[in-house]
Design a protein around this ligand. Sequence first.
Ligand code: GDD
Length: 409
Amino acid sequence: RVVAVIMVGGPTKGTRFRPLSLNVPKPLFPLAGQPMVHHPISACRRIPNLAQIYLIGFYEEREFALYVSSISNELRIPVRYLREDKPHGSAGGLYSFRDYIMEDSPSHIVLLNCDVCSSFPLPEMLEAHKRYGGMGTLLVNKVSAESANQFGELVADPETNELLHYTEKPETFVSDLINCGVYIFTPNIFNAIEDVLKQKKDRANIRRVSSFEALQSAMKALPADYVRLDQDILSPLAGKKELYTYQTLDFWEQIKTPGMSLRCSGLYLSQFRHTSPHLLASGDGKKSATIIGDVYIHPSAKVHPTAKIGPNVSLSANARIGAGARLINCIILDDVEIMDNAVVIHSIVGWKSTIGKWSRVQGEGDHNAKLGITILGEAVDVEDEVVVTNSIVLPNKTLNVSVQEEIIL
Ligand code: GDD
């Protein structure tokens, strides 16, 4: 049997995701019309003999209650949210719920970061992991040398795929092969984490008796029960025939910013062509709007037949799109109204916002730049004939004049 665990983190982790994380925990932000965490969860369905899916985080329980119960019913696989009382780090969080995870006596544990966008080739990874015979297998990917330092960089044996060397976000370049935050482990991972916890406790005890300076540095250090999977587990175990790598040749991205969420929404929409074509709008029928490329429209959204939508557009619940409106590369959240002849390009429009007639909300479309897309927070009103370009607008603002390259607080 296999148990899957998705690390969802907590509210302090989502700061780069503001203002979108002010309303909804980042793991529930919709990409291609589905909560971010829904994509790894549905990938888990392909794992043979999957017994349970756990989400581990330090958000309030009630924030996940509704989603977890509806997805359990839909997939007919039990999905549970387990709340840490405080952050224990990516490995410490896993360890603190080892009793739950081991209840099903799994032979393997699939561990996933929630903020990565991938096709999650989990059954293929599991097969490779069994062939390698180690304690863990990491999904890895090649990225450009300039961007590699945002990730765990690693070196693997080209013949055996063994992980030989691992450094987390190094200052000087090590390798363009990086850790994707997707893992298969045997239950022995818990022994490895326990060893690190013991070492940390021993060190803390020695420090306590040695000197005042040592005490000061210990106070600055992370708590003794905080264990990071990358620095504390993967780095020391590299080169010991315990860890192996499986390279994905399919799409993979990290989702730390709103700009990347827009890009990843598009990647998931294009994946729907193969996995869930019924979720894509077809634009068939005389009364429906013109649809270009991959578009998701929630069944409760109302789109005027003369509107033109796509590519890469997601319309959430109760969105209303007026006559002659044009939408390209954007995420439109719940209860948004876009009035006649308005244009939205390279943007995310927050819950309950309104965009007036003949207005334009637009970005230049650079997903990595800070102001590369325009983001409107919740309940922003853009009045008629106003142009908003490359800007971030915080919730509850009314814009009656045009703005460019601004952050409106
Ligand atoms: N439950 C819980 N508790 N989750 C946590 C905690 C914690 O204390 N700390 C982090 N997480 C979750 C995050 O929400 C995220 O899904 C995952 O664990 C990893 O987060 P970080 O430890 O902050 O690392 P990162 O996202 O900057 O980088 C990791 O992922 C990259 C791939 O996206 C590293 O593993 C990199 O090496 C890797 O390249």
